[in-house]
Design a protein around this ligand. Structure first.
Ligand code: AMP
Length: 309
C-alpha cells in the first residue's frame, strides 16, 4: 500500500512532554528551547497523519508553538494549560554528540498532571505513548478503546526509577521504541540480540531499537530488520531525534493503515529519514517546517544506501 494525502489517514494520538530544554551543544549553549517528547513527535507524525496531543504546559509556554502545531494539522485541544511552570530538562552533549548527560529534570506542572482525554480521542486507532512517567502512560491507556496499535517510548530516567510501573506498560503495548542504551539497561544484558529477546518477553509484540547514527533495528515475529541512518554532514542538535523517529513511525503506519512486515520495514526507513532532519538544527526548527517533498527526496537517497546492484 502506498502513502495517501494526510487528511485521508487514520489519526495518531500522542501523549508526552512539552518542555523547555536548556542544551549544552558543542556548537553553542541554547536556553529555553521548546521541546518535549510530544512536541517533537507531533511535528513529525503530522507529516503523514492527523495528530492529537495530550500533554500539559505551564503558564510560561508560548502560544505561538501551539499555533504552529495547529498550523501543521495537530489538534491541541488535549493540551492542558496549568498554573505553574512548564516541564524543564537540561542536557550536556559530548563533543561528538554521541552521548549526553542529563543535568537537570524539573517536572513542574507534570508533577500534578492527570491526563484527561477529550471524548473525541478515545477511538483514535494509533497511539504513541511518548516518553513520560509510565503511570501517566497507563492512565492514557485506560481511556482509549481498542486502538489498532499502541507504541511506547521511555528513557533511562524511568527505567531506573519506575521499573515496576514501566513493566505494566510493557505488558499492555504492541510496540516498544527505545535506544540501544535503554535496551541494555532494561534487559540487563549488553548483547543487543539477547536483550531484544528478553524485552519482547516482557510484553510488546514488536521492538524498535534506535541506534543513533548507526540506524535502527526492528525485532518481531519475522526476525530482525535493519534500517540505516541517513549520513549527515551537519549535525547540530540530536535532542528529540528519538521522539521525531517515533512520531514518523506511527504517522507513517497510520497513513498506510497496514501493519504487515513490509509496511513496518518501510516505516522504519521513513522514521530514520525524518529523524535525520531533526539533528540538522536546534529543537524543532527544521522538522516544524519540513515539506513532504524534502522527506521524499531524502528517503530515496536513504534507500540507495542499502541497494545492492
Ligand atoms: P530524545 O532526545 O528523543 O530523547 O528527547 C529529548 C526530549 O525529551 C527533550 O525535549 C526533553 O524535554 C524530553 N525529556 C527529557 N527527559 C524527560 C523525562 N524524564 N520525561 C519526559 N520528557 C523528557
Amino acid at each position: 500500500m502506498s502513502q495517501k494525502p494526510r487528511e485521508q489517514a487514520s489519526s495518531v494520538l500522542i501523549v508526552g512532554s512539552m518542555a523547555f530544554d536548556d542544551l549544552e551543544l558543542p556548537s553553542a549553549n541554547e536556553k529555553d528551547v521548546v521541546g518535549g517528547s510530544a512536541t517533537y513527535a507531533a511535528f513529525s507524525a503530522a507529516l503523514f497523519a492527523p495528530v492529537q496531543i495530550v500533554a500539559v504546559v505551564g503558564a510560561d509556554f508560548p502560544s505561538a508553538t501551539l499555533d504552529e502545531l495547529h498550523g501543521r494539522g495537530v489538534d491541541v485541544a488535549g493540551v492542558e494549560r496549568a498554573a505553574g511552570k512548564t516541564f524543564r530538562w537540561a542536557g550536556r552533549y559530548a563533543a561528538n554528540l554521541a552521548s549526553r548527560a542529563t543535568l537537570d529534570t524539573q517536572l513542574n506542572v507534570f508533577a500534578d498532571f492527570r491526563p484527561k482525554l477529550p471524548a473525541a480521542y478515545a477511538n483514535t486507532p494509533f497511539v504513541l505513548l511518548g516518553n513520560i512517567h509510565p503511570a501517566l502512560q497507563l492512565e492514557v491507556l485506560a481511556q482509549v478503546k481498542k486502538p489498532r496499535l499502541v507504541a511506547a517510548d521511555t528513557m533511562n530516567f524511568w527505567i531506573e526509577g519506575e521499573r515496576k510501573t514501566l513493566g505494566e506498560v510493557l505488558s499492555k503495548i504492541d510496540l516498544l521504541i527505545i535506544n540501544d542504551e535503554e535496551l541494555r539497561q532494561l534487559a540487563e544484558d549488553h548483547n543487543v540480540k539477547r536483550a531484544a529477546k528478553r524485552v519482547l518477553g516482557m510484553g510488546p509484540k514488536r521492538l524498535v531499537v534506535k541506534r543513533g547514527e548507526c540506524g535502527a533495528m526492528l525485532f518481531d515475529d519475522h526476525g530482525v530488520f535493519f534500517a540505516p541512518a541517513y549520513p549527515l554532514e551537519t549535525e547540530i542538535d540530536p535532542t528529540g531525534a528519538g521522539d521525531t523517529f517515533a512520531g514518523a513511525l506511527l504517522g507513517y503506519l497510520a497513513n498506510v493503515g497496514e501493519l504487515d512486515a513490509a509496511t513496518l520495514r518501510r516505516a522504519l526507513m521513513m522514521a530514520g529519514c525524518v529523524a535525520s532532519f531533526c539533528v540538522e538544527d536546534v529543537g524543532t526548527r527544521r522538522t516544524s517546517k519540513l515539506s513532504q517533498q524534502q522527506v521524499a527526496t531524502r528517503l530515496e537517497e536513504l534507500a540507495k544506501l542499502v541497494q545492492i546492484g
